[in-house]
Design a protein around this ligand. Structure first.
Ligand code: BGC
Length: 275
């Protein structure tokens, strides 16, 4: 029987499963060696409560029926350090401390790398020249900063004061958009763009995330809207040289009781040195 084009590509190099975990949806797509999508994007609603267990089994659900893949990239809506979750403001509060990479490795039985969702989206958006800032407008307010293509990991502008004692995320996240409507939200966004330009002095700014399509203001020439798909396409970058240290888990990390042992070793590391 003749092979379909998709079956033929199976015999070709590495297929990456890119996953984007969001506050409202979990998306997935397969990428070929060059980062081009193979087949359709899949999406399922983020379970509520969005506990690690529920989200991880939703990922199993998402992957069911997908073609085979060799490795996995994950964008996570919070700070990720060495594959482990440090913060997850828009998911269940039991996430911090979870070894995301370790858990998914066991579950999917493939090598896994993970990074902050805005960082991953940034990789899918940037040109790789100069100072580039990426903002994702979704449930939360994601930010990623790149200098000549090199990522400054886990830049978190979301929870810093923006206006009237509220943070960027409180003023521009999805609940704010719902509450104040598109017009006011766009005015706030214009103010945020202006403020961040003064602070970061970026050469280019990209606006992504699901609510990127709600942007109606006239944008300065160095500001572009990028499709939310960049959040998946950027996943390929986690497998490029230089990302292995930050995006993968320290292999020695044990999923169970990981939090306890990490705290103990951190405490030890922070102890002042006797001289
Ligand atoms: C988190 C960021 C994340 C953003 C978008 C914020 O609440 O702090 O890490 O990138 O939401 O998901």
């Amino acid at each position: 029987m003749a092979l379909t084009p998709q079956q033929t590509s199976r015999t070709q190099p590495t297929v990456t499963l890119a996953i984007d975990i969001g506050g409202s949806g979990i998306k997935g797509i397969l990428l070929d060696q060059t980062g081009q999508p193979i087949g359709e994007r899949k999406r399922i609603t983020t379970p509520q409560p969005s506990t690690p267990k529920a989200v991880l089994s939703a990922i199993t659900e998402l992957v069911k029926g997908m073609e085979k893949f060799d490795r996995v990239s994950v964008g996570f809506p919070g700070v990720i350090q060495l594959g482990r979750v440090k913060t997850a403001p828009n998911l269940d509060q039991s996430w911090p401390g979870i070894n995301l990479v370790g858990e998914l490795k066991r579950q999917l039985k493939k090598p896994v790398r993970a990074a902050n969702d805005a960082d991953v989206q940034g990789f899918g958006a940037i040109k790789g020249k100069g100072v580039e800032l990426v903002i994702t407008l979704g449930t939360g307010f994601g930010t990623a900063l790149f200098i000549n293509g090199a990522l400054v990991h886990n830049i978190e502008i979301a929870h810093h004061p923006f206006r009237k004692g509220s943070t960027y995320e409180q003023e521009l996240g999805a609940p704010a958009l719902k509450k104040i409507g598109k017009k006011k939200w766009n005015q706030r966004l214009a103010q945020a763009i202006e403020t961040l330009d003064r602070v970061i002095n970026y050469d280019r700014l990209y606006l992504g995330g699901g609510n990127g399509k709600k942007v109606t203001i006239e944008l300065p020439p160095n500001v572009t809207i990028v499709p939310n798909m960049a959040g998946l396409l950027g996943g390929i970058a986690l497998w490029k040289d230089g990302q292995e240290k930050t995006a993968s888990a320290a292999d020695r990390a044990k999923p169970a009781k990981a939090k306890l042992s990490r705290t103990a070793s951190q405490a030890k590391a922070k102890k002042p040195q006797a001289r």
